[in-house]
Design a protein around this ligand. Structure first.
Ligand code: ZN
Ligand code: ZN
Length: 212
């Protein structure tokens, strides 16, 4: 079985998730944006062995702690999609602009593309490429527990910003309606910020994509 615990980090209260296989106690961190000492302490408290870092996209609040944590523990960095290379290159500028601790540069061990799978312990998770907020944004879907980790694609009652370089509003809407909705109304999603919701609830009531 897969289990997860979401830990909001950074001044942006970004939802970093600890995702683990309870048969092997191996864990992945999704979007270790910062506060990596605290994340490590949580992993230890849960009795888990951290084996990899997964990224939905390379904005500072999601990716800022990745380089340092990967180096400290010798962990592979999985994702995002290569469309976010320019955001990774821009991490020093992002940390300065938003008053974050200087982010250490990193190179993903493996870029992800649509239809890929990633594994933690004995569990397999599906990857969907969901561009729009950033060109290389990916989403992690765990159908075995009806959960999706969607980063800044969709929020409870809102959608991701598209006022960044290489953002695209229509692409974001298409990602939501063509790649998230097919995961099913019952699927609970963990957004990059704020509370969880279900795709069914957002399809009914989200002011940006409701009724689609
Ligand atoms: Zn973002
Ligand atoms: Zn964010």
């Amino acid at each position: 079985m897969l289990q997860y615990l979401t830990v909001p980090v950074t001044p942006f209260q970004q939802n970093c998730s600890i995702l683990w296989c309870d048969a092997t106690h191996e864990a992945a961190l999704i979007d270790p944006g910062g506060e990596i000492d605290r994340l490590q302490a949580e992993v230890q408290r849960l009795g888990l062995k951290l084996t990899q870092l997964w990224l939905t996209h390379a904005h500072i609040d999601h990716a800022g702690g990745t380089g340092e944590l990967a180096e400290r523990l010798g962990l592979p960095i999985i994702g995002p999609h290569s469309g976010d290379q320019f955001w990774i290159d821009g991490l020093p500028m992002q940390s300065q602009r938003f008053g974050f601790a200087p982010a250490q540069h990193f190179t993903p061990t493996r870029w992800l593309t649509d239809g890929d799978t990633v594994t933690v312990g004995q569990e397999t998770v599906q990857v969907r490429h969901c561009p729009g907020h950033t060109p290389g944004h990916v989403v992690f879907h765990a159908p075995q527990i009806d959960r999706a980790f969607v980063g800044d694609v969709l929020f409870a009652g809102s959608i991701g910003r598209t006022d960044f370089p290489q953002s695209n509003h229509q692409q974001l809407i298409d990602s939501i309606t063509q790649r998230l909705w097919p995961m099913g109304d019952q699927t609970v999603f963990i957004p990059g910020h704020g509370p969880e919701s279900t795709f069914g609830r957002e399809r009914r009531s989200n002011p940006y994509v409701g009724g689609t």
